[in-house]
Design a binder for this molecule. Structure first.
Ligand SMILES: [Fe+2]
Ligand SMILES: [Fe+2]
Length: 211
């Protein structure tokens, strides 16, 4: 069973040499949206599962937090199978994806912007990630209180379908300088996140968190 929280499905791959689990998520609604593509290999394994869950329904959106293989390496492969799906990504990522010829159509979002549909309310936040401090995005789904933390709030180990009880404030305080090296931007990020009140953290790696 891939359901991890309400109508959120999780797809996971554990990579033993680096002791890290990689997750992608499908919010199964009238406007299905996928969070992270996984790398090509992970996307190849995920597509048949997605097709069996979605049935005749389209995949509407694919959210990409930042330009890195596990977040968008499988994008071309996914778009071959779901050509109607529109990638949603930060502006810098959109530049990379179009520059490499990986996408033609996309929606780029700035921090503070939203995407509201019949089934969910997404709000996007700045993610100054360690990838050259390129501007990435984090996203909160406000109706269910699901925060997609990308490479933040992660843990090592095998974590397929795993949920950990945790504390939102502690998770924010634990964001390290290795993850966001620019101190000013790290503090600003922590201040922004502390204003939020999610129920569930869908991590990119490691157990999900009940907060
Ligand atoms: Fe990443
Ligand atoms: Fe990641």
């Amino acid at each position: 069973m891939s359901v991890i929280y309400q109508d959120l499905h999780q797809f996971s791959t554990y990579i033993p040499p680096i002791n890290l689990t990689f997750h992608q998520y499908l919010l199964l609604t009238n406007e299905p949206i996928l969070f992270h593509t996984g790398n090509v290999q992970q996307a190849t394994e995920m597509v048949p599962k997605l097709k069996s869950i979605l049935g005749d329904n389209n995949l509407n959106y694919i959210f990409v937090s930042h330009f890195e293989a596990d977040e968008c390496g499988g994008l071309s492969y996914l778009l071959e199978h779901f050509p109607q799906a529109i990638p949603i990504c930060p502006e810098v990522t959109a530049r990379q994806l179009t520059g490499f010829g990986l996408v033609q159509e996309f929606i780029s979002k700035k921090p503070g912007e939203k995407l509201t549909t019949e089934s969910y309310d997404l709000e996007f936040f700045s993610y100054p990630s360690e990838m050259h401090l390129w501007e990435g995005l984090l996203v909160l789904e406000k109706r269910r209180g699901i925060f997609f933390s990308s490479d933040l709030m992660i843990r090592f180990g095998e974590a397929n379908n795993a949920i950990l009880e945790s504390n939102w404030e502690t998770e924010i305080d634990d964001i390290s300088k290795e993850q966001v090296p620019d101190q000013e931007r790290r503090i600003k990020l922590q201040q922004t996140l502390k204003q939020l009140n999610p129920n569930f953290v869908a991590t990119g790696h490691g157990p999900c968190l009940k907060v």
